[in-house]
Design a protein around this ligand. Structure first.
Ligand code: MLT
Length: 268
C-alpha cells in the first residue's frame, strides 16, 4: 500500500509498505523508482515488513526545492523511519541507493541492524567519473533526458540479460524515461559531491552485505570486492554473468541472498 510523507521537508514523497515482520527498506538507484525491486517485494513481504520508497525526485515523489545531496536523501530515509515509528531496520541500497545507505549508516548507525550494498561502492567518484557525469549533465541540459537514458540503461545489464531479458530492459528504460531531466542532473551533482565512505565500512558494528555483478560497468567488481574486506563481518556474493541489475538479472539468487542476510542478522 502506498503511503505519503505527512510532515517536514519531504512532504508528498511516497513509499510502499507491505508484509509483516522485521522492517527492511529497499532503496532504488539513479534513474529508477521503487519498481526496480518489483521481483523482490512480494517474495520478501512473506517474511518482513517491506518498505520501498520512490526517492524525492523519482517516480511519484517530487524533487525538493533544497540542494540535492546524498545526505539529504539519507534524511528522507530517516523521515520514513520516524513516520513509521521504526527504531531499527535493515537497509538495502542499489547503486545510488547504496551511497544513501552509507550516508545513513554514517549518521544513524544505531538505527541499523545491518545494510547491504547491491552493486554499489563506498568510494567517491574519481576524476574521470566526475567529468563523465558533468558531460551527461550538459547533454541532458541540451538534448533532454531521453537520449541519455536510452543510451545509459542497456549498459547496466550483463551480456546474457541484454539478449534474454529484452522486455525487462524496455520496462527499465520506460521507468527511467519518466524521471525528469532536472532530477537526473540533481542526482549526478549529488554523486559528484559525495565523499569517500570507506570509513563507514571499516567502523561498521554490524555485518555488511555486498552483492556484486562480475559484468558490472557502473561499479567495478574489483572495487566492490576490495571493499568487502573492510567491515568486521561481510556477506559477499559474486554473480558471474550479471551486470548492474541483479534484482532483475538474477531474481531468484538475489531474493535468497537478501533473505539469508536478514535471517542471519536477526539471529545475532
Ligand atoms: C545507479 O545505478 O544508481 C548509478 O549507476 C550510480 C552511479 O552512477 O554511480
Amino acid at each position: 500500500m502506498m503511503h505519503e510523507i505527512k510532515e517536514g521537508r519531504f512532504m508528498q514523497s511516497v513509499y510502499w509498505k507491505s508484509g509483516e515482520g522485521y522492517p527492511i527498506v529497499l532503496l532504488h538507484g539513479f534513474a529508477e523508482d521503487h519498481r526496480i525491486w518489483k521481483h523482490q517485494i512480494a517474495f520478501l513481504a512473506e517474511h518482513y515488513t517491506v518498505i520501498v520508497p520512490d526517492l524525492p525526485g523519482s517516480g511519484l515523489s517530487p524533487l525538493p526545492d533544497e540542494h540535492m545531496s546524498i545526505e539529504l536523501l539519507a534524511e528522507f530515509v530517516l523521515n520514513i523511519l520516524e513516520q513509521e515509528r521504526l527504531k531499527q531496520v535493515i537497509l538495502f541500497g542499489h547503486s545510488m541507493g547504496g551511497y544513501i545507505a552509507l550516508a545513513f549508516a554514517e549518521k544513524y548507525a544505531s538505527r541499523l541492524s545491518g545494510f547491504s550494498l547491491v552493486h554499489s561502492s563506498a568510494y567517491a567518484d574519481d576524476d574521470v567519473k566526475k567529468e563523465n557525469r558533468r558531460k551527461s549533465i550538459r547533454l541532458i541540459e541540451n538534448e533532454g533526458g531521453a537520449l541519455f537514458v536510452k543510451a545509459m540503461v542497456p549498459n547496466l545489464y550483463g551480456e546474457k540479460a541484454k539478449l534474454a531479458l529484452q522486455d525487462e530492459l524496455m520496462m527499465h528504460i520506460d521507468m527511467a524515461l519518466q524521471i525528469p531531466g532536472t532530477s537526473l542532473q540533481a542526482y549526478y551533482r549529488a554523486m559528484i559531491e559525495r565523499p569517500d565512505r570507506t570509513a563507514v565500512l571499516i567502523n561498521a558494528n554490524f555485518p555488511v552485505q555486498f552483492i556484486i555483478g562480475m559484468e558490472d560497468n557502473a561499479v567495478l567488481p574489483a572495487d566492490a570486492i576490495a571493499q568487502s574486506a573492510l567491515p568486521p563481518i561481510s556477506d559477499v556474493h559474486l554473480l558471474p554473468t550479471v551486470g548492474h541489475c541483479g534484482m532483475i538479472e538474477a531474481t531468484a539468487e538475489v531474493n535468497s541472498m537478501i533473505n539469508s542476510f536478514c535471517k542471519y542478522l536477526l539471529k545475532r
